[in-house]
Ligand binder design. Structure first.
Ligand code: GTQ
Length: 351
């Protein structure tokens, strides 16, 4: 890092090297020494940028999509939240995808399955459902719903208002690994195999079926984490001691294993009482943050924004994050942390 700079290179030596690079390029080779420091940086320098999507400004444009294309035709009517530093790549961080999905009354987003894992965070409207492997769950604001890899899923809206939720998927991760498979179901809506609430009763009440023995990386069979439970937990712990960097923050788990709900995406819920200001913290997992309640200000690196309900912002890897709530704030977030932890790569630096 502080090593002496090498001598400047003469013009003739530079020309000789350039000609050499051209000759070896014909054999599909390129010199490491021109790219070594970019390949092996002293610390993460993500091409992703910090950015915010303000729901109040986006809502009309999301609803407009409903007049241009049906959910049936689109298969999934979603506006992708593209990181401004990664345009054209359909990602919000290098490893994660996010989008706003709209479903209108009476519509169905037909059943399919894919190796990509998905989460939904319900933002706007009531009356929609997601069905996962034969069980429906009614979607309510703040509910965190998952469709693990290769599970059948379809969405519908039985109510009388448009419903919008945030999708989070590991699409870029699966693309990076070239491990994407998908198939469509013959039936656009799955047949109900279990009554609503069945999975939560079997797997989400500090018990599991007597002969259930999950493998460590299995996703949870609990596919909905109801908002009221999350909120009640955060409110209860908010009577205790806070963490100066995180306020009151919990991570969602697979209750049968303690691991993240799905192996590729970690999710978190955080409570910041009015007036609470977190100390800055940086972590290697680029993170998507959603404000579910309250309002405040966020600093990411050198940028700062005000945020309100249903706003989404992204914190790239290793950029310092600081939050200040001016009203009691409930924040949901997700990242690739479980992947980095499984690989021994995850780091957090409290500043
Ligand atoms: O709801 O199944 O935003 O397959 C992107 C791909 C949502 C979904 C997305 C998908 C879905």
């Amino acid at each position: 890092m502080n090593a002496a700079k090498p001598d400047p290179v003469s013009l003739s030596a530079q020309r000789e090297r350039a000609a050499y690079y051209e000759r070896i390029a014909a054999n599909h080779m390129t010199p490491l020494w021109e790219v070594l420091h970019a390949l092996v940086p002293t610390q993460p320098k993500s091409p992703a940028q910090a950015a915010i999507w303000r729901y109040a400004e986006l809502r009309e444009q999301v609803l407009e999509a409903g007049r241009l294309i049906s959910a049936e035709e689109a298969e999934r009517r979603v506006l992708i939240l593209e990181n401004p530093g990664l345009r054209g790549q359909s990602c919000i961080t290098q490893s994660l995808y996010a989008g706003l999905q709209l479903i209108l009354p009476g519509e169905v987003a037909p059943a399919h399955r894919h190796t990509q894992s998905a989460l939904r965070l319900v933002l706007d409207g009531e009356g929609a459902y997601t069905a996962v492997d034969g069980e429906r769950t009614t979607m309510r604001r703040g509910d965190f719903i998952i469709t693990p890899s290769w599970t059948w899923h379809d969405h519908g809206n039985l109510g009388n208002e448009p419903v919008v939720w945030l999708d989070g998927l590991d699409i870029p991760t699966v693309r990076f690994l070239d491990a994407g498979f998908a198939e469509k179901s013959e039936l656009s809506s799955q047949q109900a195999l279990h009554p609503e609430g069945d999975a939560l009763a079997r797997y989400g009440a500090n018990m599991v079926p007597v002969d259930y023995a999950p493998k460590p990386a299995d996703p949870t069979r609990v596919f909905v984490y109801p908002f009221e439970r999350t909120r009640a937990s955060l409110q209860a712990i908010a009577h205790g001691a806070s963490d100066p960097h995180h306020g009151f923050k919990l991570r969602y788990v697979n209750p049968a294993t303690g691991a993240s709900p799905m192996p590729t995406i970690g999710a978190f819920a955080q409570w910041l009482p009015a007036g609470f200001e977190t100390r800055p913290v940086q972590a290697t997992d680029g993170t998507v943050v959603v404000c579910l309640e309250g309002s405040g200000e966020v600093n990411v690196g050198y940028q700062s924004w005000r945020f309100h309900e249903s706003d989404v912002f992204v914190v790239p890897s290793w950029q310092a994050l600081q939050l200040r709530a001016d009203r009691d704030a409930l924040m949901f977030s997700f990242s690739d942390r479980p992947v980095q932890q499984a690989l021994g790569l995850w780091r957090e630096q409290r500043l």
